[in-house]
Write a protein that binds this ligand. Structure first.
Ligand SMILES: Cc1cc2nc3c(=O)[nH]c(=O)nc-3n(C[C@H](O)[C@H](O)[C@H](O)COP(=O)(O)OP(=O)(O)OC[C@H]3O[C@@H](n4cnc5c(N)ncnc54)[C@H](O)[C@@H]3O)c2cc1C
Length: 609
């Protein structure tokens, strides 16, 4: 939208209908410190909460700028007609989400992502009508076309209906392909969130950052195809998490004391007891780990890994605001959460890691010779969940939609500047460069269609997903991670010996998936190896043998690089930019509302909105 506004011609490709992009599933809301409830909230506190929530792993300049821009983003979306909930006085309403003590989350009932996406889609249609945007839905990004200097000059895409490969030539490419949940098979992500685009770019030289940081959401329910999220908004509106207590068992609090697990036979609201300051709205990394700890103690419902999430006590007006989420629970379990507590469990939800993208800060001397949101491949930008930048080691709820829109706005400013400074355009590139790139993809397609081994790609995917869920999620240890890496490599070998059940040249979903699986394996290795090497506990990454955050050795961003000569990704590290706030203890048990001071903030930060 922003590129078209600046007169750029945009070709938009998507594996699904754009309006069906995964963002449509986002329920709870989008953060912006607008302080309409008179709590003295501010973008600075929002930035502080985000930095602390991410356990100080996020580079701080992009976080601050995102939080400063957030109120304008809400006003922009409101102008586009996004139907945000309002208070009886007509002000925008805000609910509380995890990891903050402020009501900072704007929402549209419990279908916020859908409303934001539809509002943006309408804007894009205006530019489509003007001929500035051309959409290619049901087309898949397969490969970047790189010139001799390694500069992005377009892409090769696959038509999911005809299975034909085609070229889109361009001066810049923006990737915004969402999360990689399918690497873990059943996650709360949509079933087309494979991460394959990033995996392919990784194989072409794009650096991948912080791959080991995978968010496990505390509250999901099972489904045959995918897991379904029960949004944090249920707790934001007053939902309480509990199990039946057992005073003969004890649990350690965050300050090291042992306390009994509630009173035997009575509901035990364990978050409220363990984290009195934040209660049911502790950040997700902490929430998921505590639930699994409680279940490991044998306190889960029916001895299983599930606990109750109760909204049945809420006033009708609050239940009404949650209707879309409660409807999901009713539809998929048959129980009415208005009347009985929901049974929930933690599930893979979000990737903090993603493409490494650059961020020259407003006062950096080389600000104007670098491009924000650009990957290490010149001309290839990356935004949204598929990049790494805003959430550090753990994302706070309702900060993702914000980072997606903010990253997009920034790309909308940086790309025209990049194109203006480009010495040569794609139109001057030799046609051979494009035909060679198509030929490589044709060869890969032919190879997949003619592999004649005994392996089934879907069964290999099941195996990969099981390893990833077992060894690379909430609790990790080095022995299992080493084993996991070896097993993933064996899966990669066996993948060479697949045979497709469908070898047709139209609408071939097996071929599509087999091609995606190639890239998913590489990202799985990035995640597992990053986790193996990081010997500390930071945000979502936890190893019992290294139970503390280790800023001396590990305050650094993991950078994975593909090396075709080696059978594992190469891992290096970059320092984290902590110029505004030095890392402090991440406390959610006793913390109070504070007015944090950020140091060294430039007086005038130009924002993209
Ligand atoms: C159930 C659920 C609820 C959530 N609720 C919230 C919430 O309330 N608030 C919040 O802030 N965050 C929430 N999140 C997180 C948030 O929804 C996502 O991080 C965000 O929507 C990702 O947006 P995106 O634009 O990066 O990717 P997506 O919305 O997934 O869009 C990716 C696009 O890329 C396309 N694509 C993918 N691969 C390819 C390819 N190879 N070739 C071509 N096109 C491709 C897809 O078709 C799609 O159009 C939630 C997440 C889940 C799973």
């Amino acid at each position: 939208m922003k590129l078209a506004e600046k007169g750029c011609k945009v070709k938009l490709i998507s594996v699904t209908k754009c309006k069906r992009s995964h963002s449509v599933c986002a329920q709870g809301g989008i953060n912006a410190a607008m302080n309409t409830k008179g709590e003295d909230d501010s973008p600075i506190i929002h930035a502080y909460d985000t930095i602390k929530g991410g356990d100080f792993l996020a580079d701080q300049p992009p976080v601050l700028e995102m939080c400063l821009a957030a109120p304008s983003i809400i006003r922009m979306m409101e102008r586009f007609g996004c139907p945000f909930n309002r208070t009886p006085e007509g002000l925008l309403d805000f609910r509380r989400f995890g990891g903050t003590l402020y009501n900072r989350t704007a929402f549209c009932g419990a279908s916020t992502g859908q409303q934001l996406l539809y509002a943006l889609d309408e804007q894009v249609r205006r530019y489509e009508a003007k001929g500035l945007v051309e959409k290619f839905e049901h087309h898949e990004f397969m490969r970047l076309v790189l010139d001799e200097e390694g500069i992005a000059r377009g892409i090769i895409m696959l038509d999911h209906f005809t299975m034909k490969l085609d070229v889109l030539k361009a001066d810049a490419v923006v990737v915004g392909t969402g999360g990689p949940g399918l690497i873990f098979k059943k996650s709360t992500n949509s079933t087309f969130c494979t991460g394959a685009a990033n995996g392919r770019l990784f194989k072409q030289g794009m650096r991948y950052a912080n791959g080991e940081f995978i968010q496990i959401h505390p509250t999901a329910i099972p489904g045959e195809d995918k897991l379904r999220l029960i949004s944090e908004s249920t707790r934001g509106e007053g939902g309480r998490v509990w199990v039946y207590g057992d005073s003969s068992k004890s649990i350690q609090t965050s300050d090291g004391k042992m306390i009994p697990c509630g009173k035997t036979g009575e509901p035990w609201y364990f978050f409220e007891e363990l984290y009195p300051a934040f209660g049911n709205l502790v950040p997700r990394d902490i929430g998921a780990r505590e639930i699994l700890k409680i279940c490991a103690l044998g306190l889960g419902i029916d001895g299983q890994s599930q606990v109750y999430l109760d909204v049945s006590h809420l006033a009708e007006e609050k239940k009404h605001k949650l209707e879309s989420v409660l409807g999901i629970y009713r539809k998929f379990t048959g129980d009415d959460p208005r009347k009985v507590p929901m049974k929930i469990f933690p599930a893979v939800h979000y990737s903090m890691g993603g493409a490494w993208v650059d961020w020259p800060a407003a006062d950096d001397v080389d600000r104007w010779t670098r491009y924000r949101q650009m990957t290490n491949i010149p001309g290839c930008f990356n935004v949204g969940e598929s990049e790494f930048q805003y959430h550090g080691a753990n994302r706070l709820g309702a900060n993702s939609l914000l980072s997606c829109i903010f990253g997009g706005l920034v790309a909308g400013v940086e790309i025209p500047r990049y194109v203006d400074n480009l010495a040569t355009s794609y139109s001057q590139m030799p046609s051979r460069m494009y035909s060679e790139a198509v030929a490589k993809e044709e060869a890969f397609k032919h190879d997949l269609l003619t592999r004649n081994g005994s392996e089934n790609v879907y069964l290999l995917h099941d195996e990969l997903a099981e390893i990833m869920v077992r060894d690379v999620t909430v609790v990790r240890n080095n022995e299992d991670l080493k084993q996991a890496i070896e097993s993933i490599k064996k899966i990669r070998d066996r993948y060479q010996r697949i045979k497709l059940g469908d070898t047709n040249n139209t609408l071939n979903q097996t071929l599509i998936f087999a091609a995606q699986f190639d890239a998913m394996i590489e990202l799985a290795l990035v995640m597992a190896k990053g986790a193996l090497l990081r010997d500390e506990h930071r945000g979502a990454h936890f190893k019992a043998a290294f139970p503390k955050r280790d800023d001396v050795n590990w305050l650094k961003t993991t950078i994975a690089t593909f090396n075709s000569g080696k059978d594992e990704p190469e891992i290096n590290y970059r320092p984290v930019d902590v110029r505004y706030h030095k890392p402090i203890l991440r406390d959610y048990a006793t913390a109070k509302k504070i007015q944090p001071t950020l140091e060294n903030v430039p007086a005038n930060i130009p924002l993209p909105i």
